[in-house]
Write a protein that binds this ligand. Structure first.
Ligand code: ATP
Length: 451
């Protein structure tokens, strides 16, 4: 993890939020490479989840919604984690993490933690476990009293359910159909930790698929498989780094009838990355009851009216980024030196290729290299320029941000060796190998790799 955190900082992927003021636990900023990688992950998810589907519609809801939404969804009463306080040093810990269990059952945790000492001070002075609501509170308007209190959304699903009727009335879909959303969510986690794995401001990619109850098992299986395939086929993550984890009853969220998480082998162990949940008709039933609005669906063929079931697919953008970085992080020996590189799938790499003149003080080389870059930018805009330091250093910098190709322009490109005129050196990230190709061959290689 230390190596990933250090690379992420050094190369502009992730910075601690408010770093010059000492940072703020659980908050992180993306840097120039990080924002590109994150945008690529989100765009890919959106393309596969929304644009390439016939019956999934996107929304982008407000972060702040009516507090009634979170009362009806069960979050005000039930979005809790178990915590213990230390009476000696004041430290706060997640009771389930301390007990080494996935259970959030208070009676069970009390028993498990009977003889546990505080990991911070080593004293046996922990309070009994109690539940703690993780929603971030805020006030809307000038008066900060209870009547103006609301919450920063703890998940994006809320405004998907409140827009169920709007999407039906505007798009007229037939079951089964889905509504998807990418957006920020906030959780006042007791112990944010493990870099960007557990944060207080997170971004989620969620899709709620509305179905007839009788199809729940097969639809659930299909979306579970979608997540697994996305990680392997789209992101190029190695299968041995993924695992299934089925929730036991005492571990499931308050709304879920079944839940399977994909666990990823993060540097701190196999942990949750992407959840598929069967939320039954819990949400729409509760919102219909609390709002007094009809959230049922009329099947025009059978004339049956019912509240659809929901299968949810939910993944955190930051966790996906960390998984991708951890999976791609490699060290090898290149030319007798240890080299670090990110074996990112070209289609998600922040930079697709870097173009460089062999020498920066030769105007004819620079001019030609600029032309080559302009040409390659027609394939994809993320074509970088680097003429700083020697060529080996430039390659190493690109290796560390996962750039799949480097293109170097030298005197042979200009025709010093006549048969090599208009050829360039194409250098491959993963092997360090170089080949001499024409520009149109290079363009083709890049185009094929990022498809
Ligand atoms: P955990 O058990 O790790 O707290 P969860 O089961 O509460 O997570 P969900 O409510 O199912 O998570 O949220 C869906 C997804 O959102 C998770 O699979 C994860 O990728 C992401 N996520 C949830 N909480 C956080 C967090 N605090 N920091 C970063 N990502 C998160």
């Amino acid at each position: 993890m230390e190596k990933i955190v250090s690379l992420a900082k050094r190369r502009g992927f992730v910075f601690p939020a408010s770093e010059i003021y000492g940072g703020l636990a659980g908050f992180w900023d993306y840097g120039p490479q990080g924002v590109e990688l994150v945008n690529n992950l989100k765009q890919l998810w959106w393309r596969k989840m929304v644009q390439e589907q016939d019956n999934i519609f996107g929304v982008d809801g407000a972060i702040i919604q009516s507090p009634k939404l979170w009362e009806a969804s069960g979050h005000v009463a039930g979005f809790t984690d178990p915590l213990v306080d230390c009476k000696n040093c004041g430290a706060r810990h997640r009771a389930d993490h301390l007990a080494g269990t996935d259970s959030t059952d208070i009676a069970e945790l009390t028993k498990l933690l009977e003889d546990t000492v505080c990991p911070t001070c080593g004293e046996k002075t922990l309070t009994p476990p109690r539940t703690y609501n993780m929603m971030m509170k805020t006030w809307v308007g000038p008066i900060e009293d209870d009547s103006a209190r609301t919450y920063l959304r703890p998940e994006t699903a809320g405004s998907i359910f409140t827009n169920f009727k709007n999407v039906m009335d505007s798009m007229h879909p037939k079951l089964p159909f889905g509504i998807a959303q990418i957006g920020k969510a906030f959780r006042n986690e007791i112990a944010p930790r493990d870099f960007i794995f557990r944060v207080r401001e997170l971004e989620q990619m969620e899709m709620q698929y509305f179905i007839q109850a009788k199809t729940q098992d097969e639809v659930y299986e299909a979306w579970r498989q979608f997540a697994w395939n996305f990680m392997i086929t789209e992101l190029g993550v190695r299968e041995e780094n993924l695992q299934w984890h089925e929730h036991e009853e005492n571990e499931r969220a308050h709304y879920a009838a079944a839940a399977h998480d994909i666990y990823f082998k993060f540097p701190h162990g196999f942990k949750e990355l992407w959840g598929t949940h069967n939320r039954t008709d819990f949400d729409l039933t509760n919102h219909a009851r609390a709002s007094g609005k009809d959230l049922s669906y009329l099947d025009e063929e059978t004339k049956e009216r019912f509240i659809p079931y929901v299968i949810e697919s939910s993944v955190g953008v930051g966790r996906m980024l960390l998984a991708v970085l951890a999976d791609a992080y490699r060290e090898d020996d290149l030319g007798g030196e240890v080299r670090t590189y990110l074996a990112l799938a070209p289609k998600i790499a922040p930079v697709k290729a870097m173009v460089s003149p062999l020498l920066k003080n030769k105007p004819e080389l620079v001019l030609k290299a600029r032309e080559v870059r302009a040409e390659l930018k027609k394939i994809h805009p993320a074509i970088a320029w680097d003429d700083n330091g020697n060529i080996g250093k430039r390659y190493r910098r690109q290796d560390e941000i996962g750039t799949p190709f480097c293109v170097t322009i030298d005197f042979d490109t200009l025709g010093e060796t006549p048969e090599l005129k208009d050829t360039v050196t194409l250098r491959h990230r993963d092997t360090g190998e170089q080949e001499r190709l024409t520009l149109s061959e290079v363009a083709k290689r890049i185009r094929l790799a990022i498809e």
